[in-house]
Design a binder for this molecule. Sequence first.
Ligand code: SF4
Length: 333
Amino acid sequence: MRSFSYAAPATLDEAVRALTEAGPGAKVLAGGTTLYDLMKLDIETPPAVVDVRALRELAGIDTAGQELSFGAGALMADVAADPVLRRDYPALAESLSKAASQQLRNMATIGGNLLQRTRCAYFRGGPAFPCNKRQPGSGCAAIGGLDRGHALLGGSDACIATYPGDWAVALIAFDAVLDVAGPRGKRTLALADLHVEPGDTPAREHTLDWDEIVTRIRVPVTAAGRGSTYHKVRDRESYAFALASAAVAVTLDGGGAVEECRIAVGGVATRPWRCHDAERELAGAVLDRRSARRAGEAAFAGARPGTHNAFRVELGARTVAEALRIAGERAVP
Ligand code: SF4
């Protein structure tokens, strides 16, 4: 681990100033559950770290208003336990409670969680492995290599690393937006515009500028929240990343036909992946095993499997279908 300067400002303005003065390469520290790992591995080598854990502006959970509003510094465990979220938006609560471990959820923030980096073993494995994300232009050891956990959707010839998070997958299904602060002022960003596919520049993973801080996550209120779930399939039932996951929310009419449908998949793509084709497949259809299966297949119609991960195309389609079954039971009018 290399030496770095550390600042713990008391206000958001001071934090933005500290970040700006530290210069490009400085990093925001929230829960520290990812950043410190990557610093120990020499993958992140920031000259300066700005600790935002004490900022009042990043605190608070409000699930009683016209929109759901979460301070980016709220802990994953606290948001997962919110009683309104668990009752009215189970997909959001489950995406947090099924992530990582209880110990990590007690430390990690919901803002930091959005920006966690891939678990690709070659990325974390050090300079012995070519990796365009860690060392642009060096190649990609995963393509043609051990790609069991790598992305089926959104990959490129330069990188097929999977976006590992769960929370962002649920948020993209609900059209969440982010409030962001930086030296040029404040702005609002759709979550759908935060993460980017690797293309030719895998090192660039999101659209935030280096000197910006996510302050709040807001979710529009929708009746589809009650009929929702985050279904996560993994090698073990705790402390594991998704082999495939699906965030699904539906409303049904009295005859069981789908009125509103939201579907996103995780663990299978290079970014949180909204499945508009699958949603269209279900629009107006009676939600049953056959239509759910069709939606699952539509979600993976564009999959590009590699050497060892083709089984996750079928697994992903089944995960979507099962999520629709669970959500449909919860949505019964
Ligand atoms: Fe690096 Fe991406 Fe290839 Fe993994 S998949 S080795 S992160 S370039």
